[in-house]
Write a protein that binds this ligand. Sequence first.
Ligand SMILES: Nc1ncnc2c1ncn2[C@@H]1O[C@H](COP(=O)(O)OP(=O)(O)OP(=O)(O)O)[C@@H](O)[C@H]1O
Length: 463
Amino acid sequence: MDSYISFKDRFFVGQSVKDIIKGYFTEYETPKLVVIHNAKYAILLRIIQIIILAYSVIYLLIYEKGYQKLSTTVASSVTLKVKGIGYAYTSENKMIIIDGADYIIPPSENNAIFIMTNFIQTDQIRSTCVENIKLKEARCKHDKDCFNKPFTPNMNGRWTGRCLLSPEANIVNGTTDNTKTPTGLCEYAGWCPSEDDLSWTMLVREVLNFTIFIKNFIEFPIFHVKHKNMVDNLKQCIFHPKTNKDCPIFTIDHIINEAEKNITERDLMLRSGGVIRVKLDWDCNLDRDLKLCKPKYSFARLDVPFNENPFSIGFNFRYATYWKQNQKDFRTLTKAFGLRLIITISGKAGKFDFITLTLNIGSLVGIFGLATFLCDIILLHLSKKASIYRDRVFEIVHLRTRARSAIALPRTFVQNYDAEDANSESHSETELSYKTPETTPVPPGKTVTIGPVSFINPIPSLC
Ligand SMILES: Nc1ncnc2c1ncn2[C@@H]1O[C@H](COP(=O)(O)OP(=O)(O)OP(=O)(O)O)[C@@H](O)[C@H]1O
């Protein structure tokens, strides 16, 4: 019995494979079109088609430059140079002049620059001295208070274990408190005296008038195009958003105003430092003259505003310069506050490309088919006589009684049939009409013969 079934199965499988192969070489499928004679739906279809056509051609092809090959890969180099003379007053009210070599630290950086706008300088020598009064852990009454103390991040040297009585340590709210046992401060060995950042800070004046030259070279490697942000006949200039847009030299005032609109915040940025992002955005149409391709400059503040009371405000760092005198080591410790400008370059370029154009036109033709799809949905599901249209569009094929049920209705029948409203619409061939593919739900792999026509496995329909 089993062997009989397996033989039968094998026979049918073999037969099916044979049918498929035979069908593959003797016939092919082509979609059948149904002409819908109905002015209302035909007009709706044409309107949708016109909208799609206008959107595709005007927006996608022309406005979005669908005919161009795009590249966002850009190789770039930036050099920055700041010029301007500033000045500051020392604690002795002496004016000192500060130039570019003083306030640009370090002299050169990659895609960034630091401009010192405020600083604290402390001349120091290697020695032993009293700890900074700001350090609570350094307060002591006896030497043992300073011995074997754990490390604290703000200590200025290695503690020697001695407690130095210090009148400063008894000052509370600006007055000396003589009621309590006099307290002292621990002694440390290291660079003395310690820096006092509550003391005199030297604000660099005239910073807002400093100018920064942003020199940018770019390349779009895909198109082998090189370009720069300087026009050929560039003369000494200062950037102005309306009158001098091509000038790559900006005042610090312009940059800080663009990056921060609040005047108090701007003032604090000059005192405590800040970080500003400078963005050069290139958008080049390589089908036009390369000279027309210019970057857009934008400035934004990156550090947290002071009014949000962040854990760490502004931007600062310390550095030291060393010298020797009478065989003794000296250094000047500088705590520098200032503006750090970070430059970012982004860009895209487009150039006419036949392959891109062909591919985009292909996609647009695909989108065009959306009009018929939308009309079909309305006609077959939302219209009053949807069931009548559905009967005409979808053929139901009964395989077992194929002679009776597998009917492909003749075209004359379709033409004579009043689909929507026999009184209001005629069926002449000149009437507005559109075509929709007709589909027949037949189980996959089955061959259906209707009169002289055979077909295999049609694509499943909307039904
Ligand atoms: N920050 C700036 N503000 C105004 N002009 C600047 C600035 N940086 C450079 N320049 C001017 O732009 C021109 C080109 O500068 P570049 O640095 O390429 O040449 P340079 O001869 O090395 O400049 P310089 O010796 O004056 O620093 C020079 O005339 C220079 O003075």
